[in-house]
Design a protein around this ligand. Sequence first.
Ligand SMILES: CN1CCC[C@H](Cn2ccc3ccc(-c4n[nH]c(N)c4C#N)cc32)C1
Length: 250
Amino acid sequence: MRIDVVTIFPEYLEPLNVSLVGKARARGVLDVRLHELREHTSDVHRTVDDSPYGGGPGMVMKPEPWAAALDRVVGSAGPQDGLVPTLVVPTPSGRPFTQQLAQDLAERPWLAFAPARYEGIDRRVIEAAAERMPVVEVSIGDYVLAGGEVAVLVIVEAVARLLPGVLGNAESHQDDSFAPGRMTDLLEGPVYTKPAEWQGRAVPEVLLSGNHGKIARWRREQAFARTLAVRPDLVRRWERSAMDKHDLRA
Ligand SMILES: CN1CCC[C@H](Cn2ccc3ccc(-c4n[nH]c(N)c4C#N)cc32)C1
């Protein structure tokens, strides 16, 4: 997979050099390219923002630098990239970023990210881009950040770990929470490791029993209890999915 990121803060994306994503890049599973938006300005001050039409707080990112940057990205398509990227635009007004959307994006050969700053990007940039490539406007949660770069880190990591060969144990994302269509719509339960007793706290006996059936049942019970306590909405969704799956609806 190829990933391009256009940003005024490339240093914000340095975490893409380490750990899971960094290793995937080193192994050639991911090709990540950063583009400094200001290199696509044409004035001496390298201006990327201006005041909003209609008034209001803050500044808006000018269309010309973004259009030039996206032209450069699309124009650099290689034979293995596919014709155009899917443009991913982090924004508080985007569709919720979910595991399902991560899996959808993980199936695409080329993603380009447009993390904005200020009050966002002039709308005409998104409209023009949508005439030449798929555009997905995404929100990583119901809170307001100062820009889109953190969202890019979140989305890239969630997508990268789904790519073949990225996770050491190819199965480990199979049982993720939120993986659609499986019992694993529930949250993960508690995990334990050595020592068996720590500060007077013992590991649950069942986990030391070697009885894999009992362990699996205990883990399902724990996941269900955790989900009921923290995300009862997911329990209802899971119940509906289970009823549909076994055609149990009245
Ligand atoms: C007061 N204004 C309101 C509009 C947004 C301004 C900051 N900003 C500029 C670009 C930009 C991109 C993403 C996000 C963002 N916030 N929360 C999320 N889940 C996001 C995601 N994905 C925020 C952003 C601040």
